[in-house]
Design a protein. Structure first.
Ligand code: PHE
Length: 340
């Protein structure tokens, strides 16, 4: 049995030496020294020895255990060190390498235009309201005094989802929603995406962006409307900008007007953009029709209001001299990066 013990020790030392990784050595540790390990088995076989030989054999087994434990610990320490070094080398960061160049983005020209306009209106005490792009026909037309037979309701102009639900063709339904949920005084703008069944060309897109606005209160007059929009245009296009109010027609305002502003390209001299007139149409507006106020539960004998609407895309093309509206939607980085 002493010979077996010696053989076990020699074999074990060889195994320990052959270990390549720390998991190898842990496996050997369990196989040799574990509860079901080979050395424990030899200790158990001691009972087959004559009683007087047992203490000496036990002592030898313990010596072997100590020797193997030491050998394993030593080897495990070595392997751990080698593995750690290898890991550190593999994960090393070369701090002398040049950094990656970051592209710094900019705001989209439409977003810029919107922020500029919003800031102007907010500085005048307007709040910003939001509404759904998928909207009731009722809020988009009916309550805005647009009768059933009005051409704007035609399938050729409006995207219908069902008979009662449309992709909003303007942001005016947000004004209806505001009047239904708030009591005057009201002073709000509603920016957002709108949809009309137009073919795409240099000046048309089935999806575009509006900023509309509404003021309702005691004693609001056409003079307030004119002053407000003139002030906004001067702030937006520059202080030398002039505005011209021409009679217009919208079912939801009475009287209605269309507003031209000094051409931002030629500053009124006349150019290709303004077709030689020096002025360019920028928005529609008017005094809120009494029927619209009534539809929203506001007494037109007590309150009056004005409303206006402008196309952001149009304002952007005028301001930046962009000749094709499609550039605003194509997201060509060569175009967009000019606006940083
Ligand atoms: N809703 C109109 C449009 O989409 C714009 C407008 C709003 C005109 C308010 C007058 C008053 O064209």
């Amino acid at each position: 049995m002493e010979n077996e013990l010696k053989a076990l020790m020699d074999k074990a030392l060889k195994e320990i030496n052959n270990c390549q990784t720390s998991s190898d050595i842990e496996a050997v540790r369990i196989r040799l020294l574990g509860k079901k390990g080979e050395l424990t088995a030899s200790l158990r076989s001691m009972k087959d020895l004559p009683e007087d030989q047992r203490p000496l054999f036990g002592k030898h087994v313990n010596e072997v255990r100590d020797a193997l434990t030491q050998a394993i610990d030593k080897k495990a320490g070595e392997l751990n060190r080698i593995e750690k070094e290898r890991r550190l080398k593999a994960e090393a960061v070369d701090i002398t390498m040049p950094g990656k160049k970051q592209m710094i983005g900019g705001l989209h020209p439409l977003t810029r235009i919107y922020y500029e306009l919003r800031d102007i209106f907010v500085s005048m005490g307007f709040s910003v309201m939001d509404g759904p792009e998928i909207e009731y026909d009722k809020y988009s037309f009916e309550m805005l005094n647009i009768p059933k037979e009005h051409p704007a309701r035609d399938m050729q102009d409006t995207f219908y989802i069902t008979e009662d639900i449309v992709l909003r063709p303007h942001t005016s339904p947000v004004q209806i929603r505001t009047m239904l949920s708030q009591k005057p005084p009201i002073r709000m703008i509603c920016p957002g995406r709108v949809y009309r069944s137009d073919d795409v060309d240099a000046t048309h897109s089935p999806v575009f962006n509006q900023v509309e606005g509404l003021v309702v209160g005691h004693g609001i007059t056409l003079a307030n409307l004119k002053w407000t929009l003139d002030a906004v245009m001067k702030e937006f296009y520059g202080e030398n900008t002039k505005t011209k109010f021409r009679p217009g027609h919208f079912p939801f305002t009475e009287p209605s007007a269309e507003v031209d502003a000094t051409c931002a390209k030629c500053h009124g001299k006349g150019c290709g953009v303004c077709k030689g007139t020096g002025m360019i149409e920028v928005l529609g507006c008017g005094m809120v029709h009494p029927n619209v106020l009534l539809n929203c539960g506001i007494d037109p004998d007590e309150y009056t209001g004005f409303a206006f609407g402008m196309g952001l895309d149009r304002l952007a093309t005028i301001k930046y001299g962009i000749t094709d509206i499609r550039l605003l939607f194509e997201n060509d980085i060569r175009f967009l990066s000019q606006f940083k």
